[in-house]
Design a protein around this ligand. Structure first.
Ligand code: GLA
Length: 398
């Protein structure tokens, strides 16, 4: 490359950073993401763990699948119904096959997969790359090939692979072996890596799995959710079609946060292009919970085909934040997040989100209302621990 080309390239990158179109650099980005057609947008679905823990069964899963349809979750984009830990009880010593709990899953996994598929949904199953699962059930270590083959036979479409009982094992090596076992099994299966960000997955997991946890487990509390959002946001640059940072599953509807806090939780996950895996009881959720989880305008931000992970672009005052996600059509999704204990006004200048100073069209994604054409800036009063989320379409800065 000639000097002038190099200079021009550098100038362009600098300009993009300045106008907020490139996420701030974290670790050196390894952006060779998987290109197998899966998880081109962040996976959406349901997982048993946050609400049900080990209390999983065929009845629960069927009920959830039914409710995914009747509540409109499926039509809003939620697809994968994932059984987390505790469905497995043993490994058959003769065949080497993993054995599901016959009391809790009397008809076996293939029948359950068929039920889920008949509803237009997809089926997910958990395991562990180590010797045991976190709840002490048999892990897949030394059995990756037979397990992934078994999952493929059962009709599994998504697997979450945990990292308990993995002392002395190397995460990158083991997860790469799981990936290869999945390839050998020959069925398209989304691969969710769950080593809690302990082994710097942002440096290697793109190219191995379709999503990778960046943090420890979420708890159904404001501070836990906020800490996780902050931690995951540091790795924005590596996310994109085929590979996503996973700040853990949603707690929306589980009761430990206020409605405002859950809206903030959901908005931040959407701005961060996070997988949207509901973790509440879909069968009995309130209308308020359903309205949060099925807000199509917020989901559209999460699922935008550009696949950029948004980040915090400004903090006009401590704990009053502006988060931004560039979208395919050139508009910007913006979340004004009030992390303080009192209502406060938060404003966003067009210059901060890479738009020219003139007029831009603003739409409120929670109120579902057009706010008209505004010049230079938008500001709103945001409740304590709450969010105002808008989509802003204007003329991009050069
Ligand atoms: C770990 C994972 C959780 C869940 C449990 C199950 O803690 O991070 O998401 O899968 O194990 O035991």
């Amino acid at each position: 490359m000639s000097d002038s080309v190099t200079r021009t390239t550098l100038r362009t990158v600098l300009a993009l950073v300045l106008v907020g179109l490139v996420a701030p650099a974290g670790a050196a980005a390894q952006t060779q993401r998987l290109d197998d057609g899966l998880a081109r947008t962040p996976p959406m679905g349901f997982n048993t763990w946050n609400k049900f823990g080990c209390n999983v069964s065929e009845d629960l899963i069927k009920g959830v699948a039914d409710a995914m349809v009747s509540t409109g979750m499926r039509d809003a984009g939620y697809q994968y119904v994932v059984i987390d830990d505790c469905w497995q009880v043993a490994r058959d010593s003769a065949t080497g096959r993993i054995v599901p709990d016959a009391q809790r899953f009397p008809n076996g996994m293939r029948a359950l997969a068929d039920y889920i598929h008949a509803k237009g949904l997809k089926f997910g199953l958990y395991t562990d790359a180590g010797r045991r699962t976190c709840e002490g059930r048999p892990g897949s270590y030394r059995s990756y090939e037979i397990d992934m083959r078994t999952y493929a036979e059962w009709g599994v479409d998504y697997t979450k692979v945990d990292w308990c009982y993995a002392d002395s094992l190397d995460a990158r090596t083991q997860y790469t072996q799981v990936r290869d076992a999945l390839r050998a099994a020959g069925r398209p299966i989304v691969f969710s890596i769950c080593e809690w960000g302990r082994n710097r997955p942002w440096e290697w997991a793109a190219g191995v799995g379709h999503l990778w946890r960046t943090t420890g487990d979420i708890a159904d509390r404001w501070q836990s959710m906020i800490n996780i959002a902050d931690a995951s946001s540091r790795h924005a640059r590596i996310a994109g079609p085929g590979g996503w940072n996973d700040p853990d599953m949603l707690e929306v509807g589980n009761g430990g946060m206020t409605v405002d806090e859950y809206r903030t939780h959901f908005s931040l996950w959407a701005i961060m292009a996070a997988p949207l895996i509901a973790g509440n009881d879909i069968r009995t959720m309130s209308d308020t919970t359903r309205d949060i989880l099925t807000n199509r305008e917020v989901i559209a931000v999460d699922q935008d085909s550009l696949g950029a992970q948004g980040w915090m672009v400004a903090q006009p005052q401590p704990d009053l934040q502006v988060w931004m996600k560039p979208l395919r059509d050139g508009s910007r999704a913006v979340a004004l997040v009030n992390r303080t204990e009192a209502p406060a006004e938060i404003g966003v200048d067009w210059s901060v989100i890479g738009l020219r100073a003139g007029a831009a069209t603003v739409r409120d994604l929670w109120a579902h209302r057009d706010l008209g054409r505004l010049t230079g800036r938008y500001a709103a009063t945001v409740p304590s621990h709450g969010v105002v989320m808008v989509r802003i379409a204007g003329r991009p800065a050069r």
